[in-house]
Design a protein around this ligand. Structure first.
Ligand code: PLP
Length: 453
């Protein structure tokens, strides 16, 4: 923040939604989505009323929420599912015979089935509920990594991985003597897939790769990477945090071994994420955490363990949150992931083109072209203005929420030669007007800071 800058104190006012779509009209509206496809009513306009949080003023301006890569907003149906669980059938799962417990168990297990269907897993037993994607990666690192890696084995990652997909493997490498190898970026500023192929060998035991980068907006050809890794007998863990909320992801057609995602980025509650693991892999893995729920029999000197997924869900799980995630999946599925993806692709191009017009801006990641599609986010820097100053000014003067910092990707930022960047990230409930408001506010921000030079 520049010295002497006057900042407004935060104020919050709820404003009426711009359109009057009610929950009662939900099904009807989606049924008629295709009819309005060509009209000026975008998916963003149609879905915005489902998100109460978006209809407020922040710091005296209409809120423009562009921090979706960090966490998404939650539609009313998800909030209601949470409330219904706590109001009507709050109870612990799996252990009770009474009505509430049976109902909670049914709903919790139904949520698991919904996740399995959403990513096309063969069976719901291939879905382990975790606290978030980070815990899911740690689960694989400790349960699979510690029992399958030995000195000299190699794990291949990219330098663009989120810290959550790097640090657990550093810890496991320290314990097992395995070696981490990193693929860097090519001249298009995307992880070099040619390099992936080059460094794969019989020593490779695991590939850890993001599907969509939370900084570069690049989309990795994970289907190819999985084929190449399997040729050498290596397993592949896909970090799908930035893809599952935005596109169709099919673990069976990908032939992924492990895949992780977080509910809070896909319109669901915080505190819940999931690990998909092929059943052959999960069944051969020892437990990660010990306690109730994950056992078969407990004796004083040893225990036997439940089958997956229970083996990996020690203690009382996040029941309401899992049910909320199930509601989020219903909501996303009702819109259609392909529809969401198509809309976001168009919005992504719009964002990139508009952002490119801002003076002295540097947008990271690939340039969009006929063959290169970017996810709907842009990380950027503007010459001589700190990204945190940009984000603060946007928030306080314009009510525009973006993120600044290293986005949990310090190695990538170091490679790019910066310590931080600003990032605007969209979801399907954003509109071109949101992008216009952001660009106008950014131009104002840049002018403000440049006026001191
Ligand atoms: C690509 C990627 N991987 C992993 C994570 C970690 O997700 P969580 O903090 O929900 O575990 C994130 C979150 O920002 C992410 O963007």
């Amino acid at each position: 923040m520049m010295e002497g800058m006057v900042v407004k104190l935060p104020t919050f006012h709820f404003v009426k939604p711009a359109t009057s779509t009610s929950r009662r009209g939900f099904r009807r509206i989606y049924a008629s989505l295709s009819a309005v496809k060509e009209s000026s009513v975008s998916l963003g306009h149609i879905t915005r009323p489902d998100f109460p949080i978006l209809h407020q003023e922040v710091n005296g301006s209409k809120l423009v929420y562009l921090d979706n890569a960090a966490t998404s907003q939650k539609p009313t149906v998800v909030l209601k599912a949470l409330q219904k669980y706590y109001e009507a059938y709050n109870s612990n799962v799996h252990r009770g015979i009474h009505y509430l417990s049976a109902k909670a168990t049914d709903e919790y297990e139904l949520a698991r089935k919904k996740v399995a269907a959403f990513i096309n897993a063969s069976d719901s037993s291939e879905i382990v509920f975790t606290r978030n994607a980070t815990e899911a990666i740690n689960l694989v690192a400790y349960a699979w990594g510690l029992s399958n890696l030995k000195p000299g084995d190699e794990i291949i990652l990219t330098i663009a991985e989120h810290h959550s997909a790097i640090v657990p493997w550093q810890l496991v490498a320290q314990k097992t003597g395995a070696i981490l190898k990193f693929v860097s970026l090519n001249e298009d500023e995307v992880p070099d897939t040619g390099k992936f192929r080059e460094i794969l060998s019989r020593k490779t035991k695991l590939v850890v790769a993001h599907h969509v980068s939370n900084v570069l907006a690049s989309v990795l050809p994970i289907e190819d990477i999985i084929v190449w890794a399997h040729e050498f007998g290596a397993k592949v863990l896909i970090d799908a945090c930035q893809s599952v909320p935005h596109m169709v992801v099919d673990v069976r057609s990908l032939d992924a071994d492990f895949l992780v995602a977080s509910s809070h980025k896909m319109c669901g509650p915080t505190g819940i994420g999931f690990l998909f693991g092929k059943s052959s892999l999960l069944s051969a893995m020892p437990p990660f955490l010990g306690g109730g729920e994950m056992i078969s029999d407990v004796f004083l000197d040893h225990s036997t363990y439940a089958e997956p997924p229970s083996r990996f869900e020690a203690g009382t799980p996040a029941i309401g949150e899992a049910i909320g995630l199930g509601a989020a999946i219903d909501y996303l599925s009702e819109i259609g992931m392909q529809k969401i993806h198509d809309y976001e692709m168009a919005l992504s191009e719009y964002l990139y083109d508009k952002l490119s017009t801002v003076p002295n801006i540097r947008i990271y990641g690939p340039k969009p072209s006929k063959n290169t599609h970017r996810a709907a986010l842009c990380s950027f820097n503007v010459e001589n203005i700190h990204p945190t100053d940009i984000a603060t000014f946007l928030d306080q003067q314009h009510g525009v929420a973006i993120r600044s910092g290293h986005h949990c990707a310090q190695p990538l930022h170091r490679y790019l030669g910066v310590s931080a960047s600003a990032r605007a990230s969209l979801h399907f409930y954003n509109t071109k007007e949101d992008v216009d408001d952001f660009i106008q506010a950014l131009n104002d921000t840049v002018s403000f800071f440049n006026s001191f030079k």
